[in-house]
Design a protein around this ligand. Sequence first.
Ligand code: GLY
Ligand code: MN
Ligand code: MN
Length: 445
Amino acid sequence: MPSYARYNDLMNTQPFKLRREKLLQQMGSGVAIVPTAAEKFRNSDATYPYRADSYFHYLTGFPEPEAVLIMIAGQTPKSILLCRDKNAEREIWDGFRYGSQGAAEAFGFDEAYSIDTLTDKLAELFANQSALWYSVGFDAEWDARITVALNAVRSQTRAGKHAPATIRDVRTLINEMRLVKDASEIDTMRRAATITAGAHRRAMATTRPGAFEYEIEAELLHEFRRHGSQYPAYTSIVAAGANACVLHYIENDKRIADGDLILIDAGCELDGYASDVTRTFPANGRFSGPQADVYNLVLAAQDAAVALIKPGAGFNDPHDAAVRVLAQGMIDLKLLNGSLDGVLESESYKRFYMHRTGHWLGIDVHDAGEYKNGDAWTTLTPGKMLTVEPGCYIRPSDDAPETFWNIGVRIEDDALVTEQGCEIITSAAPKTVADIEALMRDARK
Ligand code: GLY
Ligand code: MN
Ligand code: MN
């Protein structure tokens, strides 16, 4: 076994190679530059856990920092990686490095070189290319490196070399590709979803009045990690009582009271892919009447939205369906006055439901891909993955019935668009009142 067989003996690199080939075809001609993320310091010399750039990960699966993918389209398309050299001394301190030769063999690049050759390689590869496919403006250090390389070619015009005449955003092509998940992505996302659903079940099973929110967060993280998830996909929200009405509450440091509802929005990241799930449940295992009223309204809104996640629907159709159900329910619960048409027209429902019903999901929790093409919402087609996450948040106010004050509910699942409609890949986390109460009751026996 060669020394570089590390990640790769577990990882199928073929899907990454196929994506590179597809991107090269779509480019037609020119040279593309896709750098990975830099390591970032958190404080002093301690770094944040390293996470590759999402675009770079999508096209390579290569896990090390200080690397860049260069792709040359045209008659003899090729993919080139520049990465760190092997380094016996650094590998003692920080661990294994592929080195360029190991990376080329393990990940299937046509060529690979040391990242130390970057300046010269870029200038060499930019020369006489029609177009440079590079996303300007996301990383100032890479923008500067690209500028240096362009100017190096420009300085050689009298030697007959010319720099690319056009610069195009390579991410626009990759965004379209990322929108439709391939089989390997769907497999990873199903596994991430299953781990996350298990973590929500564990949270329901272990929550007791009197515990702190962070204790429940610890249960989630424990469940993510013990199943191989590398990180949470985003900072977990564990919000008890009134905290559930703060949409991005992440302090997670309050004591949970008997009678609180707890809203948990948490998902793991597995092998680069996010899951994104919200469940809301009662700390003591029994929904009160008003809590159940609001909860069942949000669940009905989610059902209405899910029914519209199918090929041919527009991205916004589930949102419109959820809003209709929520608005009527708010009228029925006397949170709002007036007619359904009036409430929809004035958007007064936004007092209690102020966010959207979903977003694309994938390598990023708010994943790449357009939501609109011109005036039309993006059409749902098989392989697209989106969340469906209606909610209702009732802060104390003079004109809302007091019985509903401080109730915040969101129910969020991850949906894969299929030929027939959609598959909810997070359905292992219970969400009817009866199923949640049964799970909590069983866990207390
Ligand atoms: N957890 C982020 C979101 O639901 O969009
Ligand atoms: Mn979420
Ligand atoms: Mn979400």
